[in-house]
Design a protein around this ligand. Structure first.
Ligand code: ADP
Ligand code: MG
Length: 342
């Protein structure tokens, strides 16, 4: 075959494979957009595990009428303008791919109203062509994204969807992770019309434990070791399960880098090393940890779904995490020993 440039729609569908793996990845991308828009309240409404419908509403900044159709095009973003911006990036998104990808494999409606715009508008797009229709709609300040019939036009991908129940379990987990990253935002999650999760916004810092309790359970939140450590411009905060109380593989292993949940080899290694010797080989440490460092210390542009990062001072970050955890664990173990026997 001769070389040809792919039609935009087809290019989007291929790119969608990287960002939109299943309903939970759609939820992740849309909720991250809501957070980037400054929303303080995000409502997530799922039908049939997301196979049928994913509807997400926020009260964020909204999208102006003349940018609505653009928001659905590939590489359209309001978050960066030049490569250097990546060094100072604080938003969760920056690739301008999510809405284009999702709309190429579903029927998508994007409704929005910025505060200073009198009328709300809705952009709708589906199928193979790039035709976006924009019509007036009734909508409060903020944005709604309505994703219907995911993968309706890519049967091969639709076949890979698991049962409603399994897909919803993944969505539930994504929402849990995001809710742990932003205590100041309220989230609700409905499935088939039933309100299943409610994470109200945490106003005061000392009530953070409330959300931790709701999400990770009483046992974890009441018995965990609180951690708060600084080194140069690095900061590590959060909670560790007491070594004896740890979980089966993977449960409650939440690590955030500048507000983004990560699964990273270097981080895993540092955490495991700190726990080594304190627990048996078949136990896994449980933790909810937040690492903050200057945006220019980390490269988030490594993985399309942004699960991985690259630290510019990898060794230093590794040792900082290891040291912070070891210090807290040692302190906890010493305190435990000082307590008189009953
Ligand atoms: P990215 O998040 O990487 O910029 P997306 O495709 O996810 O790319 O979104 C494209 C653009 O649409 C965003 O840059 C933003 O300007 C706008 N947008 C999307 N969702 C929202 C939302 N909920 N509120 C406000 N603006 C939004
Ligand atoms: Mg985005």
């Amino acid at each position: 075959m001769p070389i040809k440039i792919l039609p935009a729609r087809l290019a989007n569908q291929i790119a969608a494979g990287e960002v939109v793996e299943r309903p939970s990845s759609v939820v992740k991308e849309i909720v991250e957009n809501s957070l980037d828009s400054g929303a303080t309240s995000i409502e997530i409404d799922i039908e049939k595990g997301g196979h049928k419908r994913i509807l997400i509403r926020d009260n964020g900044s909204g999208i102006p009428h003349d940018e609505l159709a653009l928001a659905l095009s590939r590489h359209a973003t309001s978050k960066i303008a030049k490569l250097d911006d990546l060094d100072t990036i604080c938003s969760l998104g920056f690739r301008g791919e999510a809405l284009a990808s999702i709309s190429s494999v579903a029927r998508l409606s994007l409704s929005s109203k910025p505060k200073d715009q009198a009328q709300a508008w809705q952009a709708h797009c589906e199928g193979r062509d790039m035709q976006v229709q924009v019509n007036p709609v009734a909508h409060p300040d903020g944005t709604s994204v309505d994703v219907v019939d995911l993968f309706f036009n890519t049967p091969a991908r639709r076949k890979f969807l698991k049962t409603e129940k399994t897909e919803f379990t993944h969505i539930d987990e994504v929402v849990r992770r995001i809710a742990l990253s932003r205590f100041d935002v309220s989230f609700s999650l409905k499935h088939n019309g039933k309100l299943l999760r409610k994470y109200p916004a945490v106003k005061a810092q000392n009530s953070e434990l409330k959300r931790l309790n709701t999400i990770c359970g009483k046992e974890f939140s009441e018995q965990s070791i609180e951690l708060n450590s600084q080194f140069q411009t690095f900061e590590l905060k959060g909670w560790l399960a007491q070594p004896g109380q740890s979980k089966t593989q993977g449960e409650f292993q939440y690590f955030y880098v500048n507000g983004r949940m990560m699964r990273d080899k270097l981080i895993n290694h540092a955490v495991r090393q700190a726990f080594e010797g304190l627990m048996g080989a078949d136990f896994y440490p449980a933790y909810v940890l937040y690492l903050t460092l200057e945006p220019n210390q980390v490269d988030v542009n490594v993985h399309p779904a942004k699960h991985e990062v690259r630290f510019h001072q990898a060794r230093l970050v590794h040792d900082f995490i290891f040291r912070a955890l070891t210090d807290s664990l040692n302190q906890y173990c010493q305190l435990g020993q000082q307590q008189p026997n009953p």
